[in-house]
Design a protein around this ligand. Structure first.
Ligand code: CMC
Length: 431
């Protein structure tokens, strides 16, 4: 972040204030208002942070108008086609692509942390069987701070690193266990001879009674889903993790907060909501009815899997995800699945509708990921847990970056107060 020598002038009641303008490596300039309140006694007002940069970061860059996403300078298209998830994890965490030796060491470390403390199995059993796997994940990940005391001290760099490795390694195990628990099947232990994605599929679909072979094409598709969700700069859940961490909270508590935020249907919960919407639409002839509802100001219904706060042209993750969806559906022989027909037709109609064109609403990553996951045999309730496990590395990388930032302060937004002014208390008998 460089000073530009440019300033913005703000005039309040005839008095001028000079605000420095900072220049990023990429993206729009930023007006530095850190001293505004001290100098001018006013706050800025920006609910939803539509014009506010809450931190500086070197991890992920998005150009919403061009539809570009880069991690540490590498395009998501390159990473999705040439790299693999654990390499992207290394890149996000450490800033550079690993050498072969660094990659081997990282893979070994992650693999050796995949099992969870055996006592945690009993913790799972405290949940109702019909709990949503996201509910279980919020609880279990938060509870990791009760099981891994030796990696909760955020002032200790080594403990921070161990917590990062534990979270990346154990999240698939926890997500798969949440699933197995919800369907009443025995937990399947991780297999360290399988790669990250294949191991997750195995933990979800294998049963102790027979051998289960993971299809390498499905494992590759799963790995790509993980990669496409790995990080997305300062979205709602990442900002939640940063805010939680700004108080000095331990990493497991912070990531549990991120999972809770991700669950909402406007964020990571959209993949589940999207597939449920496609099922509700059911047949192609009912699409116009739902398009009309999405456009009706008096109807809260929105087309799930459409729209994005930052992308106003296309979501580059959705393009790669769509290619993957075509591959997986062909492999599984379900190209003619009625749900897919509805999805394809809905996409076509929405993309040519003036309302969606004018508001720049395009299919986002969640529109296609649900279709692949459904075809792979995951129930809709597992879609958001899979997003959460993929995003863990992004949350952790942003958390790590924040803790290393000498400017770090507790996050404490202010407000535009519109409530009552001071008034006198009236005893109950006199009201
Ligand atoms: N269907 C119909 N209309 C929409 C939609 C939609 N999916 N999304 C936005 N609009 C309209 C909205 O009604 C508003 O119209 P107007 O200006 O007339 O009031 C306009 O577009 C701008 O919407 P907004 O709510 O101000 O935009 P936002 O940037 O605050 O919200 C969003 C972004 C992603 C929350 C929203 O587009 C949405 O709710 N989409 C559906 C949920 C979804 O797919 N979420 C996943 C996002 S990508 C992955 C992730 O982040 O997890």
């Amino acid at each position: 972040m460089a000073d530009t020598n440019k300033t913005a002038k703000l005039t309040i009641d005839g008095k001028d204030y000079e605000l420095p303008i900072l220049s990023p490596t990429s993206g729009p300039d930023v007006i530095d208002i850190r001293k505004l309140y001290a100098q001018a006694g006013v706050f800025t007002y920006d609910p939803g942070f539509t014009s506010t940069a809450a931190c500086d970061s070197t991890i992920t860059y998005i150009d919403g108008d061009k539809g570009e996403l880069q991690h540490r300078g590498y395009s998501i298209e390159d990473l999705a086609s040439k790299s693999h998830y654990l390499e992207v994890c290394y890149l996000l965490l450490y800033g550079e692509l690993p050498t072969r030796a660094e990659m081997e060491k990282f893979e070994t470390t992650i693999t050796r942390h995949t099992m969870i403390h055996e006592q945690m199995h009993y913790f799972f059993r405290g949940f109702r069987r019909d709990s949503h796997p996201m509910a279980t994940m919020v609880g279990v990940v938060g509870a990791m701070s009760a099981f891994y005391h030796d990696s909760t001290d955020v002032s200790d760099e080594r403990q921070r690193e161990v917590a990062s490795h534990r979270l990346i390694a154990k999240m698939p195990t926890i997500a798969a266990m949440a699933y197995k628990y919800s369907i009443g099947q025995p937990f399947v232990y991780p297999r360290n001879d399988l790669d990250y994605a294949a191991n997750f599929i195995h933990m979800c679909f294998a049963v102790p009674a027979e051998e289960y072979k993971v299809d390498p094409i499905l494992a590759r598709a799963m790995d790509r889903i993980f990669t496409l969700h790995a990080d997305h700069e300062q979205n709602a859940s990442t900002s939640t993790v940063r805010l939680a961490s700004s108080s000095g909270a331990n990493p497991f508590a912070c990531i549990a907060a991120g999972i809770a935020c991700l669950w909402g249907p406007a964020h990571g919960g959209a993949n589940q909501a999207c597939l449920e919407m496609l099922k509700e639409i059911g047949t192609v002839d009912r699409i116009p009815e739902f398009i009309a509802r999405a456009k009706d100001k008096n109807d809260p219904f929105r087309l799930m899997g459409f729209g994005h706060r930052v992308y106003k042209n296309m979501d580059p993750r959705a393009i790669v995800m769509k290619e993957s969806a075509d591959e997986v559906l062909e492999l599984l022989g379900v190209e003619n699945n009625p749900l897919l027909q509805v999805a394809k037709e809905l996409e076509k109609i929405a993309l040519s509708d003036p309302y969606f064109i004018e508001k720049k609403l395009f299919p986002n990553v969640d529109f296609y990921s649900g279709i692949i996951l459904e075809a792979m045999g995951f129930p809709t309730s597992m879609f958001t847990p899979i997003f959460a496990l993929s995003r863990t590395v992004g949350w952790i990388s942003q958390w790590k970056e924040q803790l290393g930032d000498p400017q770090m302060k507790i996050g404490r937004p202010r407000q535009l107060f519109l409530g009552e002014k001071l008034r006198e208390y009236v005893p109950v008998d006199e009201r």
